[in-house]
Design a protein around this ligand. Sequence first.
Ligand code: KG4
Ligand code: ZN
Length: 362
Amino acid sequence: MTLTVLAIESSCDDTAAAVLRGTGDAARILSSHVWGQADLHDAFGGVVPEIAARAHAERADLCVERALADAGVTLDEIDGLAVTAGPGLIGGVLAGVMCAKGIAVARGLPIVGVNHLAGHALTPRLTGEADFPYLMLLVSGGHCQFLIVEGPDRFRRIGGTIDDAPGEAFDKIARLLGLPQPGGPHVERVAAAGDAGRFALPRPLLDREGCDLSFSGLKTAVLRARDGLVAEKGGLTRQDRADLCASFQQAVVDVLAEKTRRALLDYLTLAPGRPVIAVAGGVAANGAIRARLSLLAEGMGVAFTAPPLSLCTDNAAMIAYAGLLRLERGEADGTGFAARPRWPLDAQAPAMLGAGRKGAKA
Ligand code: KG4
Ligand code: ZN
């Protein structure tokens, strides 16, 4: 049955709304509007939860209006609502949930509360690039985990960060070296002219079995290397900066590649018909990371895919899709469901540590 779903996402620093039409097997994004808040948080060096929550509350309905207008549909044509109900910064999540519940009540429509991570994890189904089960590496400023996606609501987390997310590390390194935020793209650009072998930085957790990752020690090692250079010469040359960026990026690539190799071995024991690894999240935009993971996958006979960047980073189309999968099965949550700061996708996996710059990890 074809459904038209309106969705809202507000779990971090993007207010987003989208309209999706179709079925779980063939859905089309009619509109996807993302209103970022980087300008509001820039001066503070990170997302300020109270500022984010207020902006979401002020903008959610405007985003909805814009998404409906872009899609060329009215609320009369909407069959159901989907909204991110967690995990994330609770004030922001609440703002989106209240807006969506308001529309649902006013229009008498079914509503589902969606796990933000499920939205990311199911995106390769939305783009038609993977069949269940597939392996997903989610790497952004707030997330870092390996998931085996076995079905629309069956996720097995086989590893994740025990402290920072890699995007946080890229952003921190940029700050240490006086580069603009968000730092990832700038670190990558500067690294292109650098010598990745100049600084011997650690490859955290490679000596530990399994697919868990850690990035905070790497950050500290770059800080020490930078301070060493400053103490020695009174400052950094352009080449020093490039070499630090290149050495850091290489360490991240090496760690992600080795942990991904282990995750792939685990995944391949399921003997998937057409094995696929999908990467998503802002860090998946990094050319060096993509190239290395794609090479690794090819060597292991696994297809490598990454959704287009607009669907890799936070958006409401992925929330609409995850919601559509439930709505088309006749499921709905009523209006009593709660907004949740933490909401692990895989309730069986041990809890992750840390609550990074962009909020609680799950
Ligand atoms: O998925 P995203 O837009 O937002 C969330 O974190 O939820 O990811 C943003 C993160 C930032 O930390 C940014 O520095 C990082 O992704 N990023 C990159 C690159 N582009 C964005 N990191 C490394 N290399 C890049 N090219
Ligand atoms: Zn996200």
